[in-house]
Design a protein around this ligand. Structure first.
Ligand SMILES: Nc1ncnc2c1ncn2[C@@H]1O[C@H](COP(=O)(O)OP(=O)(O)OP(=O)(O)O)[C@@H](O)[C@H]1O
Ligand SMILES: [Mg+2]
Length: 259
């Protein structure tokens, strides 16, 4: 398994240079420049409308910048990218395993061909016993796990997550945060994670891009220089409290700048 290197030793994966995105008169994103390195866990933290989802859409190739550039070290192929949205977006008529099969099916691979990968992904999110269940039989947290298994079944290099846990209760969210870090370590991917939550961003990431709205932009980058694996001991430490205070101050500045 690839081990995550220290922040300053990670090889580059992709970068945005002076990226702007406008929709009519709305500047969704202005002058975004960031280098994403292999193994980074980056959170985009900021108020509603600051362009977080726009950044993910640009990186996933769903839309193009109005100006500026995205550059990849190796242009991503279809299965190099995994995406998880706020809603689990599962097919209700298909079983858990069939839902996780989807990215492979789109490539023309039969279920039998990739069955082992599907079962491994379900095992990693703790749902191997539910492979024949239907989404309606699952809790919100379990559905989100299926969605994560589907995003990672192809072992993507980069996973983009847009507020995946926002609709969940706090206990489930903490649990999924722990599991997500373990999963990232196992498959050795890079994660870009959108959240409104200071606590979640500090717990998960080693880099936090704090964004402000109107126009959407990055106003500060914070590094959470605390070792992984992180667990509930970290969550209750004074170190964690210190980082959340910093992130919270930066977020307040972001809100004031937009007001
Ligand atoms: N397809 C679109 N057409 C028009 N305007 C858009 C479009 N997508 C985004 N916008 C506008 O761009 C700005 C940034 O939107 P974006 O969805 O990226 O924000 P966000 O930070 O993800 O917000 P939230 O936290 O509410 O999800 C907003 O003002 C939004 O209304
Ligand atoms: Mg959004």
């Amino acid at each position: 398994m690839p081990k995550t290197l220290p922040l300053d030793q990670r090889p580059p994966l992709m970068r945005l240079d002076g990226v702007d995105k406008t929709f009519g008169t709305v500047t969704a994103l202005q002058g975004m420049s960031v280098q994403v390195n292999q193994g980074d866990f980056i959170s985009l933290l900021g108020p509603s409308g600051c362009g977080k989802s726009t950044v993910l859409r640009l990186i996933s190739g769903l839309m193009r910048p109005t100006s500026g550039r995205l550059t990849w070290v190796d242009p991503p192929k279809r299965n190099d990218l995994g995406v998880v949205f706020q809603e689990p977006t599962l097919m209700p008529w298909a079983t858990v395993a069939q839902n996780v099969w989807l990215p492979f099916r789109l490539q023309g691979k039969t279920y039998v061909e990739v069955r082992d990968d599907i079962l491994e992904a379900l095992r990693l999110v703790g749902l191997d016993k539910f492979q024949t269940s239907y989404p309606r039989e699952l809790s919100g947290g379990m559905k989100m796990r299926v969605s994560i298994a589907r995003a990672m079944v192809t072992r993507p290099k980069l996973i983009l997550m847009d507020e995946p846990f926002a609709a969940l209760d706090e206990i489930t969210r903490f649990k999924l945060n722990n599991d997500l870090l373990a999963l990232k370590e196992k498959i050795g991917c890079t994660v870009i994670f959108v959240t409104h939550s200071v606590f979640e961003s500090v717990f998960l990431s080693d880099r936090i891009l704090v964004m402000a709205a109107r126009p959407g932009r990055v106003i500060e980058e914070l590094q959470v220089d605390a070792p992984y694996p992180r667990d509930d001991v970290f969550r209750t430490s004074s170190e964690y409290a210190g980082f959340t205070r910093k992130a919270s101050d930066a977020l307040h500045t972001a809100m004031e700048e937009a007001a």
